[in-house]
Write a protein that binds this ligand. Structure first.
Ligand code: SF4
Length: 385
């Protein structure tokens, strides 16, 4: 591509996204402060920030295999939890002082139980997350958040006041605002940044202190506003999926000449589309954000149509030519989702490709071949071939 953007800030983000540990985490740890591992995006990270700790979204980037997790999992458990557990057994995630999880799916439930028995991180907390989205469910989740807050306070001997919570919410909202600003740049005809790099910036936010991240992202945005746009790409593509945390997947898709300009991903637009309310009681605001406001993932009953509309809305807003949806084999939630999405996008005339990918990118051949064929089909249709 013509604008391989050169920036030391971007390089730092890339490095942070590509490794389980990074300089910021090491500095944080060295200063005696705690790190709490978070299993999935329904964890209200703001509570952890308000406790003076660092929320770290659990990931197994760079995992070499699942050998050490095989005795605790079956072959029908998804690759994400097996790689993550393997990394845990190897001590690669030994920097976390606590682990908090929601019951996102049966695979995560199993992961949590195994972690509790075998790895025994000093602090562990599990929260049931409602299966439906509604005011009653938000109230139930608020109670769970209060329990979580109390247990953090008790275990680590800290005090999490409403003032601290409000400050943390404002800080995380600022992160989301800056990230939305980054996404705005992707709407341009010639966006100044590739999809893989945007993804690296997004993933990096889950393993860094938010203050430092916001300063770096502000600097990057300033550079990007004056940066050269990318013009030598074929199609504009949107990627849809779950907890995709490796920017290399997007890099492989873009290696076929297209530009990924939008997404609906757990680390992507679904995480930043909405802010947490700052005008109401903080725990209520956090519960309402997760249960009612933010775009739901497929585990929440009755949200498929909203999510499909969300994908179409983003596809139109970012003027995409086609959608690629990805899922990990054995992930039941995203398997059903793909089936629903295929019919929906077809009905609305949006070209769509489904890809099954391993959690760790081991071979790229199939992704390349199928993406290339998809791009050729889109191009052929556009030019009446
Ligand atoms: S990828 Fe799917 S199956 Fe695996 S933990 Fe996530 S939601 Fe569960």
């Amino acid at each position: 591509m013509n604008a391989q953007f050169k920036s030391t800030i971007l390089q730092d983000f890339r490095k942070t996204a590509a490794n389980p540990v990074n300089v910021s985490l090491q500095e944080w740890k060295k200063s005696g402060r705690k790190i709490i591992g978070c299993m999935y995006h329904y964890i209200p990270e703001e509570i952890i920030t308000a406790a003076g700790m660092l929320p770290y979204r659990m990931k197994a980037v760079g995992s070499k295999g699942t050998e050490l997790s095989e005795s605790c999992f079956t072959q029908i458990n998804c690759g994400f939890v097996r790689h993550l557990f393997d990394s845990g057994v190897r001590g690669e995630l030994g920097f976390i002082d606590g682990l908090v999880s929601v019951n996102n799916c049966d695979h995560i439930r199993r992961f949590y139980e195994n972690w509790q028995k075998k790895i025994k991180t000093p602090y562990m907390h599990f929260m049931p997350f409602p299966k439906k989205s509604g005011r009653e469910q938000a109230e139930v989740y608020r109670k769970e958040l209060a329990d979580f807050k109390n247990s953090l306070e008790k275990h680590f001997n800290v005090q999490i006041t409403d003032t601290k919570l409000k400050k943390a919410i404002e800080l995380h909202n600022e992160t989301r605002r800056l990230q939305r600003e980054l996404y705005e740049l992707r709407k341009k005809k010639n966006p100044p940044i590739t999809g893989a790099d945007v993804h690296a910036v997004m993933v990096a936010s889950s393993s860094m202190p938010k203050e430092k991240y916001n300063t770096m992202l502000t600097g990057l945005l300033e550079e990007l506003y004056t940066g050269e746009g990318i013009s030598d790409y074929s199609e504009r593509i949107m990627v849809v999926g779950g907890e995709l945390d490796d920017p290399k997947f997007i890099e492989v898709i873009e290696s076929q000449g297209c530009l990924v300009v939008a997404d609906s991903l757990g680390y992507g637009y679904r995480a930043i589309a909405e802010d947490v309310d700052t005008d109401i009681e903080p725990l209520t605001a956090l519960a309402e954000y997760h249960v009612l406001k933010r775009p739901a993932c497929p585990r929440i009953f009755g949200t498929t149509f909203n999510r499909n509309d969300f994908v179409r809305h983003i596809a139109e807003e970012f003027k995409v030519d086609g959608v690629i949806s990805v899922r990990l084999p054995l992930c039941d939630e995203w398997s059903f989702e793909q089936v629903n999405l295929i019919g929906y996008l077809k009905k609305h005339g949006i070209p769509h490709l489904t890809l099954d990918i391993d959690y760790i990118l081991s071979s790229t051949g199939q992704i390349k071949t199928r993406s290339q064929a998809f791009l050729e089909t889109i191009s052929g249709t556009k030019h009446g071939r």
